[in-house]
Design a protein around this ligand. Structure first.
Ligand code: UFG
Length: 324
């Protein structure tokens, strides 16, 4: 049985569905502040509670045969983290420590942690591998990196086995269109473009056209949320089967697309023309972020299946009929 903390969120809910499809028992714990009840597959038990609720955690760990915990619950808006650092350190770091303490008490030693490309800050090289220096430039990235350090210390001190996954730009939706990306406020490029193409906003802004890239706009590595899901399942199984004990892996496609290229691809998939406004740069955006995912390919035999067009098609399928 696997406990998914934050399983009502965008990425967590997709992993829950994939685990269930594979016949696994899943419990979701989510406080539903940003997560959506409707995103949780009804085959999974949903416990509505905060991950720092020791009483709930103790009861859960005592009553259920939990083999591993996957932890997705976090605040993840870079801009907000700059203005509200305490919120990010408390929710992303402080509460994770409570969870880890309760796992230790219950002798649960397998942990999969959601981290981010934001731990690299503004990297000096374009293709990012895991051994690159981590120099986050905002509290969000720092909060995730702090937990990464805590996990390493917990491995040494308590024998916690963990896999940290550093996501690049998660996008796309479940193939049936039942669940997908839904943030409030929405800040991510692909849902913003598709929302605009559906008439939900008048135009889209391209933040910065003077970057040192071919067309002047930022380049990112978009990875399908279902490819993230397959990586999580390989990671949790590798922990349960004791094939790995502590690992940090990047998760991306290894291919970069500029903001303008993403807009063009969205127009192509949907057949609708976008109204694009060239705008100033957004603070803190690195010009290029592309992952090398060689390590997880080599060690866990993971491979991304979906390209940018497949990502956008699945997202479009969701956005056209979204229910939350
Ligand atoms: N962008 C626009 N217009 C928009 C929205 C975004 O031009 O309306 C641009 C951004 O400036 C950026 C690119 O599109 O160049 C992608 O932006 P997103 O906000 O979709 O994603 P980010 O790359 O900023 O953020 C992602 C994750 C974060 C993580 C970060 C690491 O969503 O959680 O990568 O750098 F912190």
């Amino acid at each position: 049985m696997i406990l998914v903390i934050g399983g009502a969120g965008y990425i967590g809910s997709h992993i829950v569905k994939e685990l269930l499809e594979q016949g696994r028992d899943v419990i979701v714990l989510d406080n539903l502040t940003t997560g959506k009840r409707d995103a949780v597959d009804p085959r999974a038990e949903l416990i509505e509670a905060d991950l720092s609720d020791r009483k709930v955690l103790k009861e859960l760990f005592q009553s259920k045969p939990i083999e591993a915990v996957m932890h997705f619950a976090a605040n993840s808006l870079v801009g907000e983290s700059v203005n509200k650092p305490y919120k990010y350190y408390e929710n992303n770091v402080g509460k994770t420590i409570i969870l880890l303490e309760e796992m230790k008490e219950a002798n649960i030693n397998n942990f999969v942690f959601s981290s981010t490309a934001a731990v690299y800050g503004i990297p000096e090289t374009d293709l990012i591998s895991e051994d690159l220096a981590t120099k986050p430039i905002n509290p969000y990235g720092r909060s995730k990196l702090m937990v990464e350090h805590i996990l390493e210390d917990a491995f040494q001190a308590h024998g916690l086995n963990y896999v940290t996954l550093r996501y690049f730009n998660a996008a796309g939706a479940y193939h049936t269109g039942e669940i997908g990306e839904s943030h409030d406020p929405e800040t991510h490029l692909i849902p913003i473009i598709l929302g605009h193409l559906l008439g939900e906003r008048e135009s889209i802004s391209v933040f910065g056209t003077d970057y040192p890239t071919q067309d002047g706009t930022c380049i990112r590595d978009y990875i399908h949320v279902s490819d993230l899901a397959s990586a999580h399942i390989l990671a949790v199984d590798a922990l349960i089967d004791k094939k790995v004990d502590r690992r940090v892996y990047n998760l991306g496609n290894g291919a970069g697309y500029s903001v303008k290229e993403v807009i063009e691809a969205c127009q192509e998939v949907t057949g609708i023309q976008a109204n694009v406004v060239e705008s100033p740069r957004r603070a803190g955006d690195p010009a290029v972020l592309v992952a090398s995912s060689k390590k997880i390919r080599d060690e866990l035999n993971w491979a991304a299946k979906y390209d940018l067009n497949a990502i956008i098609s699945s997202a479009w399928n969701w956005h056209k009929n979204r229910t939350y």
